[in-house]
Write a protein that binds this ligand. Structure first.
Ligand code: GDP
Length: 323
């Protein structure tokens, strides 16, 4: 039985990946941080099937111990301070977790189990002020937030451990990926939750920032399959994972409001406070390499994904109302 260690397992991607690996017959070890109010909402389906370990990316000894206890064949580093906006008010924390945390985990693997395969969750935010369109594996990085800068560090340290120590370390450059499990602060979930509340009469307005930003939005459930495929290859390599389609935040609003037969123009107000100090204007990924080498492709369309998220939020808000 193969064994996998996942950091960030209670997040969106961690929970989908855990479900995928359990289906494939893996023993799954999940690392969690101690918090006073633990949240297992995303991982509820499989919580009992996971071997839980306690640890934190900023604490090397806890990582050494997690790798010792799990003795993993594969390590997936999905933990991070993952919200771009928070990275401005908390730049040091973001760097300690999202950048140096990667070195800590690579060190733990190098010291305890250097033969384990390693997956690093890199991000399209590394492209920032894009140097070419569409963005591919060879496109130079130009990050535009402390989060993006930290992810560039994580990407390069992963490649460096591959080249320095011959470790099987891969970096997946994932473009935005969403689902009903997406954190409420991200724009897709903020919108689908807002649409549900407006539809059910609990809210009159939805306050938004920059509607002109363009993103390449895919479905998280599709994207975790690419993570696994990367670690099944003969040689470690880096891959862009994306849909190859880009849409504005305004188009996202149109699709989400239309799904409950409303017009976004009647509800959305713009608050300049939500504009970012430096914006990533356009992301559009070319996943040709992943298609060719991994045999991966996105399955769920943008419209179906947004409909799924609105539907899920309608049920959630209805349950709230009935309490
Ligand atoms: P990111 O690409 O990792 O920063 O993902 P987000 O979902 O947080 O933001 C995507 C884009 O939506 C960014 O360009 C934001 O500036 C834009 N945006 C516009 N209004 C909002 C908002 O109210 N909340 C968030 N999170 N983003 C917004």
């Amino acid at each position: 039985m193969k064994k996998a260690l996942i950091t960030g397992i209670t997040g969106q991607d961690g929970s989908y990946l855990a479900e995928l690996l359990l289906e494939k017959g893996y023993k799954v070890y999940g690392m969690r941080r101690r918090t006073s109010t633990p949240n297992y909402e995303n991982i509820a389906n499989v919580r009992e099937k996971i071997e839980w370990l306690s640890g934190d990316l900023t604490d090397l000894s806890s990582l050494i111990s997690a790798v010792q206890q799990s003795d993993p064949d594969e390590v997936y580093n999905l933990a991070a301070q993952s919200f771009v906006e928070t990275s401005w008010p908390q730049p040091n924390l973001t760097g300690q977790i999202t950048a140096l945390g990667v070195t800590n985990l690579l060190e733990a693997v190098r010291i305890v189990k250097p033969s384990a395969k390693f997956y690093q969750a890199s991000s399209s935010e590394m492209y920032g002020k894009v140097m070419e369109t569409p963005q591919r594996e060879t496109t130079p990085f130009y990050p535009r937030s402390p989060y993006g800068v930290s992810k560039v560090y994580g990407h390069w340290i992963t490649l460096n451990y591959r080249e320095s120590f011959n470790m099987f370390a891969c970096s997946g450059i994932l473009f935005n990926h969403e689902s009903p499990r997406r954190g409420i602060e991200f724009v897709t979930r903020k919108v689908t939750d807002g649409v549900a509340r407006i539809k059910l009469g609990m809210k009159q307005k939805l306050t938004m920032g920059n509607l002109d930003a363009k993103r390449d939005w895919g479905f998280a459930g599709d994207y975790v399959k690419a993570m696994w495929l990367m670690l099944q290859q003969e040689e470690p390599d880096d891959f862009v994972i994306s849909t190859g389609e880009t849409r504005t935040v305004r188009q996202l609003l149109e699709v989400a409001f239309q799904s409950v037969e409303l017009r976004y123009e009647d509800y959305v107000v713009i608050d300049p406070k939500l504009f970012r100090p430096a914006e990533v204007d356009l992301l559009l990924g070319d996943c040709g390499k992943a298609k060719r080498q991994l045999g991966w492709k996105p399955e769920v369309s943008f419209e179906d994904m947004i409909a799924m998220m609105v539907e899920n939020d309608l049920h959630k808000v209805e349950r709230e109302l009935n309490h």
